[in-house]
Design a protein around this ligand. Structure first.
Ligand SMILES: Cc1cc2nc3c(=O)[nH]c(=O)nc-3n(C[C@H](O)[C@H](O)[C@H](O)COP(=O)(O)OP(=O)(O)OC[C@H]3O[C@@H](n4cnc5c(N)ncnc54)[C@H](O)[C@@H]3O)c2cc1C
Length: 302
């Protein structure tokens, strides 16, 4: 569909905030990505459902994102619509030992709420910079924990525009994946079950993990987190280091010297800079160790 027609279609819609020709680099932790034709920032569940239905009914290509911390977007941007589930659709309720979150709630904020209620079990996720919707999609994990361990219910919009609810076991959680991606579900809400704990111990654990993260990860630079999935039996960062690629740079994309598993943006890196670096790393590591590294970050755009 041509852009003028697309803009006209969305001009008077009421799906929350609607932005036109919005630069994706303003919405990704990599700080990379050209313009998306239309960005919708829904504020209610109805906004999400109606906007998705509208896109489907009008055959408009659409992509759902959370906080953009696992995305690498092309410099040419994205044709069609991005629905950003985050700010404004991020309510968190704590009832007994259950935390009930809207899909756009940030993990860091859920962690703070859990601490405030002396609930333990969410500490591992306190430093992951995404939303709970993104985390359930990716089965995000760190320091021995993953979403699979704590999620009890997921409320989602399915391909036929039905609102459905899944139990943990229905979610097909696995290493960095779940049913969400398999079936193109849209996560509307998540229930997490935690245990009663002691405030000071929970706080101490979160502080300890934050310290570990700050000392090991290049958080001072924009990135998409770990660039590659952990290959079975290896660590991506070690393979990259052992291949002599620490600090390798294309344009402003660089293999972090602090943690070789991270490709970082040291200035104004373009998609091509990062993509060339990823391809180069994959080839050299594969030649040397016969292991093909698979990107963990999602590459999107037209
Ligand atoms: C500095 C840094 C550290 C990180 N550390 C970790 C870590 O320790 N462990 C880890 O697992 N990850 C880590 N990540 C990666 C990232 O934070 C996680 O993958 C996170 O779960 C992504 O959430 P998001 O909201 O940013 O999703 P996005 O990046 O916006 O999207 C990721 C995927 O989820 C989908 N998605 C997002 N929201 C929804 C929704 N509501 N419904 C349906 N699909 C949706 C998108 O379509 C996309 O496929 C890190 C990233 C950075 C930048």
């Amino acid at each position: 569909m041509d852009k003028v027609k697309l803009f006209k279609l969305f001009e008077n819609q009421n799906f929350g905030d609607i932005l036109f020709d919005e630069l994706m680099k303003n919405h990704t932790s990599f700080k990379i990505g050209g313009p998306v034709d239309v960005m919708i920032i829904p504020k209610t569940e109805e906004d999400i459902i109606e906007s998705v239905k509208f896109c489907r009914d009008n055959h408009i290509k659409h992509f759902v994102m959370g906080n953009g911390t696992n995305l690498l977007v092309k410099d040419s941007g994205i044709r069609g619509v991005v629905i950003k589930i985050g700010n404004g659709f991020d309510k968190i309720d704590v009832i007994d030992n259950k935390v009930i979150c809207q899909g756009g709630a940030l993990l860091s904020v859920i962690a703070k709420n859990s601490l405030r209620h002396s609930l333990t079990g969410f500490e591992f996720a306190s430093g992951i910079p995404g939303t709970i919707g993104g985390a359930v999609t990716m089965n995000a994990g760190a320091y021995g924990g993953e979403m699979k361990d704590i999620v009890t219910k997921v409320k989602a919009l399915d391909k036929d525009n039905n609102v459905v609810e899944f139990s943990n076991k229905d979610m097909n959680f696995r290493y960095r994946g779940s049913r969400v991606a398999d079936e193109g579900l849209i996560v509307l809400g998540v229930e997490v079950e935690l245990n009663r704990g002691e405030y000071s111990l929970i706080e101490e654990k979160m502080k300890d993990l934050t310290f570990k993260r700050n000392s090991k990860q290049p958080l001072e630079f924009p990135s998409g987190g770990s660039t590659f999935k952990r290959p079975v039996g290896f660590y991506a960062g070690k393979l990259i280091d052992d291949s002599g690629l620490r600090g390798l740079r294309f344009g402003d994309a660089k293999v972090s010297e602090k943690h070789c598993g991270f490709v970082i943006n040291v200035g104004n890196a373009t998609f091509e800079d990062v993509f060339t670096l990823i391809k180069t790393i994959q080839k050299i590591v594969n030649d040397k160790f016969d292991v093909m590294l698979e990107p963990e970050i999602k590459i999107i755009g037209d």
